[in-house]
Design a protein around this ligand. Structure first.
Ligand code: PLP
Length: 393
């Protein structure tokens, strides 16, 4: 008998990958599947970024780099943060990590243990809760409500802090709702956090450059009063269509940076060297591809929302950020997970059931509009036909 630690009975995963596997299986069997399940841009990484990686390999960047990442890249991240948020960050506090996810993994490992509370958005990225449970800490969901525009509420968040709370996880623009929390609400939260100086904050801003309607992204980095306890999670995956490169960055308070660096040394040593050069080209090169991609998501966002609202008993708020719609399907008579599963099996449309993002996700499904307008329209027509003809069991 092999004896692994109990923690593995509590660790979860991301159902989006299981849906992707099932969708791929069905497609292999000859079914015509439209995938609105997976959260990655349907664009190629811009050519100049790909070329930079190829050049780095030709130039002989084949070895280990510092565990924290190459200095020019950390400097470029610091410059990018300054430009986008006005916050001055030392490159000595920037850590290059293999994907945005690694930052949450490290942060939750640093604060989670039995007896500790960690707060996270629900519905939210499923790995937050999974990792909190893995550490034995108590997961405290912060409800994200449609009636609040899928923003988090400062008042409700502050009311859930306990003497055991060690870490508060925030995410705006948000997965899976497309919600963006307004500046006034973030101001209020930061002001309230002054009463809880022992609570660390991890702000997941991986969709920070994907906001619409002229809405500015409000980074938590722009509040100097919490900088000594703020961990920023960001990366290249979404902004530069680089999900498969595994490139992320984080900014850590001085006192936590050494812990993060040691976790890197104890696990992956450093991020792939050529990918780091690609990341450098992404930050320092032209940004037109980013703007063009966001403009295209903006167009599709309207198509998907109009189409969803035209479906029987479905209503969808207009997403303000990221590339997800999170329609309310509670009036269809279907529970969200059986609906998502029937849509894949019977209508050939992959979506994710809201409960895969937490208990407050019941009544919703997530559609990623990182797919062509033509496919989005086709998928909406199929969902409409399905809802007209099928009844829940
Ligand atoms: N944070 C959120 C909110 C996400 O939606 C994702 C990916 O879907 C990540 C982090 C992880 O990004 P990465 O693929 O860079 O690990």
């Amino acid at each position: 008998m092999l004896h692994t630690v109990d923690a593995f009975s509590r660790i979860g995963e991301e159902n989006a990958f299981a849906v992707l596997a099932r969708a791929t299986d069905l497609a292999r069997q000859g079914r015509d599947i439209i995938n609105l399940g997976i959260g990655q841009p349907d664009f190629r990484t811009p050519d100049h970024i790909v070329e930079a990686a190829i050049q780095a390999l030709r130039d002989g960047h084949h070895g280990y780099t510092p565990a924290t990442g190459i200095l020019p890249l950390r400097e470029a991240v610091a410059a990018d943060i300054l430009k986008r948020t006005g916050a001055e960050v030392s490159p000595e506090r920037v850590l290059i990590v293999p994907g945005g996810k690694v930052t949450m993994y490290m942060a939750i490992l640093m604060f989670g243990e039995p007896g500790a509370d960690i707060m996270y958005p629900d519905p939210g990225f499923p790995i937050y809760r999974s990792m909190i449970e893995y550490t034995g800490a108590r997961p405290i969901p912060v409800p994200i409500r449609e009636e609040n525009g899928f923003a988090f509420s400062a008042e409700e968040t502050l009311s859930l802090i306990t003497p055991q709370t060690r870490l508060l996880i925030l995410n705006s623009p948000a997965n899976p709702t497309g919600g963006v929390t307004p500046k006034a609400e973030i101001d209020k939260l930061v002001a309230g956090l002054a009463r809880f100086p022992d609570v660390a904050i991890m702000s997941d801003e991986i969709y920070g450059q994907m906001t619409y309607d002229g809405l500015a992204h409000q980074s938590l980095m722009s509040y100097p009063e919490i900088r000594d306890r703020l961990i920023l999670l960001d990366g290249w995956s979404k902004t530069y269509a680089m999900t498969g490169w595994r490139m992320g960055f984080s900014v850590w308070p001085d006192k936590l940076y050494e812990n993060a660096r040691k976790l890197a040394v104890n696990s992956y040593s450093c991020v792939n060297a050529s990918a780091q050069y690609a990341g450098l080209a992404a930050l320092t090169g032209p940004q037109d591809a980013v703007h063009a991609m966001v403009a295209e998501f903006d167009r599709r966002r309207r198509v998907v929302t109009e189409g969803l609202n035209a479906l029987p008993n479905v209503s969808a708020a207009v997403p303000k950020g990221a590339f997800y719609a999170f329609p309310n399907v509670s009036k269809t008579g279907w529970k969200a997970k059986p609906l998502a599963s029937a849509l894949l099996e019977k209508a050939g449309v992959a979506t994710i059931g809201g409960p895969d993002f937490g208990v407050y996700g019941e009544g919703y499904i997530r559609l990623s509009y990182a797919n062509s307008t033509e496919n989005i329209r086709k998928a909406l027509a199929r969902i409409g036909e399905f809802l007209d003809s099928e009844r829940p069991a």
